[in-house]
Write a protein that binds this ligand. Structure first.
Ligand SMILES: NC(=O)c1ccc[n+]([C@@H]2O[C@H](COP(=O)([O-])OP(=O)(O)OC[C@H]3O[C@@H](n4cnc5c(N)ncnc54)[C@H](OP(=O)(O)O)[C@@H]3O)[C@@H](O)[C@H]2O)c1
Length: 488
């Protein structure tokens, strides 16, 4: 093996391009698995030198040009790109296409927008090279120790990639957290929705914390214990676990709880917004994810918050009569709202699969999210069970296990939402989830009135409950009803 002066021909069975934190951790993970030899390349040489020097145990095959990189790989060549999403990904693909041959495989593990992946897959396929868009979840630690992997792409690529990806993925209950999600952009689509659900889950936890803090006067450290306790029960999940850690943390400089010195303006890298934008195009109501995304936006407008501070609100402060009972109500409200968020996310995946022609096994998606990723949670097993029992289940939250949860939780959920509205504590994800739940349950919705209004001002027509056909009322004439062409 050579290091830099020349190149070891065909020495590696897999390569990584882009050696920032994600790429270098994924390369180390690959190298640590039996049978893998990993070629590494980065646009600027320093990162390659540093990685190779710091991890001699990995036996990396460094390359300093795309030609060297291609020469160092066994055929069919397989390269995972971990660079900035967008233009940089296109630049790397173009460079690889100059040195790769038909049958080789390019995997984009960055956070690409799924429509970019569909476009890239189509363009790359024309060259005979396979292109796989792959969602990678779990952040830096996941990349190093075992991520949840959501590859799309062709069946042919999966034959080569499957064993490699299985070897590096997280393992949950004995199963690697990777599956061939579907063709072209399916993997990045599912990763996008994963991130949307993550936004909702985080917002719901934040609302639970806020209600408990303001309703019971408990300190962040005390609330950390509440979350630690919740993590031993049905809410057990990575996000609940790290919430306890964050709330327990004391600021070294001021001695205050860290959460009290962190600026209350939440950032976002855009995948929540993609999830919501896509859901709007598909006509799927992901209201919990949308509220979570908008809540981050609201928090990040300090000027608007400043001039709005004196708007009238309820006069009295809020103290729960029975702190323990209130905390239990909040726990149940959190669980119920969380089920709604996941149910909405799975709806979006099903709608995306129908729109783009992907055959996605929803139960398997829940299964590969049980390990390695940010939304890993005990109750994902119940989602897998629900889809195994009823593969064409059209509303996840109607599965018997979840109906049992709602039976237990709904009174508390309503109480918490009503209390938050009454005392003026914003709980947008709790309340919109409940409204969605009641919307689904409703025997009649006021959509009938909306259809009447649409017909009044735009002759958009309506259907009747008592006979087939499409109708229009002659609103500006004698208001009689006529049969009409469907102009929905
Ligand atoms: N961070 C996470 O938790 C996480 C989780 C899942 C997925 N991802 C995704 O994984 C990818 C990598 O993330 P990251 O945080 O490790 O790195 P990053 O900061 O997103 O990207 C830095 C890497 O991109 C390379 N790069 C930038 N422009 C380039 C260009 N025009 N041509 C070639 N290479 C270029 C850089 O090379 P130089 O060193 O030469 O500048 C460097 O290797 C991203 O798509 C990210 O969205 C990140």
């Amino acid at each position: 093996m050579t290091t830099g002066a020349g190149v070891s021909e065909n020495a590696a069975n897999i390569g990584v391009v882009g050696l920032a934190v994600m790429g270098s951790n994924l390369a180390r993970n690959l190298a640590s698995r039996e049978g893998n030899t990993v070629a590494v390349y980065n646009r600027s040489r320093a990162k390659t030198d540093e990685l190779v020097a710091e991890h001699p145990e990995a036996g990396f095959v460094p390359a300093f040009s795309y030609e060297e990189f291609a020469a160092s790989l066994q055929k069919p060549r397989t390269a995972i790109i971990m660079v900035k999403a967008g233009g940089p990904t296109d630049a790397v693909i173009d460079s690889l296409l100059e040195v790769f041959e038909p049958g080789d495989i390019i995997v984009d593990g960055g956070n690409a927008l799924f429509t970019d992946t569909i476009r890239r897959e189509k363009a790359v396929r024309e060259t005979g090279v396979n292109f796989v868009g792959m969602g990678v979840s779990g952040g830096e630690e996941g990349a190093l120790l075992g991520p949840s992997l959501m590859p799309g792409g062709s069946d042919e690529s999966w034959v080569t990639l499957g064993p490699i990806l299985r070897s590096i993925a997280a393992v949950a209950e004995g199963e690697p957290c990777v599956t061939h999600v579907g063709h072209d952009g399916a993997g990045h689509f599912v990763k996008m929705v994963h991130n949307g659900i993550e936004y909702a889950d985080m917002q719901l936890i934040a609302e639970a914390y806020d209600l408990i803090r303001r309703g019971t006067g408990k300190s962040p450290a005390e609330i950390a214990e509440v979350f630690a306790e919740w993590n031993r029960g049905e809410l057990e999940s990575y996000l609940i676990e790290i919430t306890a850690e964050v709330l327990r943390q004391v600021d070294g400089e001021t001695g205050k709880p860290l959460v009290d010195v962190i600026l209350d303006q939440a950032g976002a890298k855009g995948t929540g917004a993609w999830t919501v934008q896509t859901a709007l195009s598909l006509g799927v109501p992901v209201s919990g994810i949308a509220e979570a995304t908008f809540a981050r936006s609201l928090s990040s407008h300090p000027e608007q918050r400043e001039i709005s501070r004196d708007l009238p609100g309820p006069n009295e402060g809020f103290t729960a009569d029975d702190a323990d009972a209130f905390i239990e109500q909040v726990r149940l409200a959190l669980y119920a709202s969380k089920i709604v968020a996941y149910s909405q996310g799975f709806d979006e995946i099903r709608a995306g699969a129908a729109e783009y022609g992907w055959n996605i096994d929803l139960g398997k998606i829940a299964a590969i999210w049980r390990g390695g990723c940010i939304i890993r949670a005990r109750f994902l097993n119940r989602i897998t069970d629900a889809y195994v029992e009823t593969p064409d289940l059209s509303v996840l939250l109607t599965a018997p296990f979840f109906v049992d949860v709602f039976t237990r939780a709904q009174d508390a959920w309503r109480e918490v939402v009503a209390t938050s509205a009454k005392v003026g504590i914003p709980a947008p994800a709790f309340s919109s989830s409940l409204a969605y739940y009641d919307g689904l349950r409703a025997e009649r919705l006021p959509a009938a009135l909306i259809q009447g209004q649409r017909d009044f001002f735009g002759a958009h027509t309506y259907k009747r409950i008592d006979k087939p056909g499409t109708f229009h009322t002659l609103w500006s004439a004698d208001r009689s009803e006529i049969e009409a062409e469907d102009t929905h």
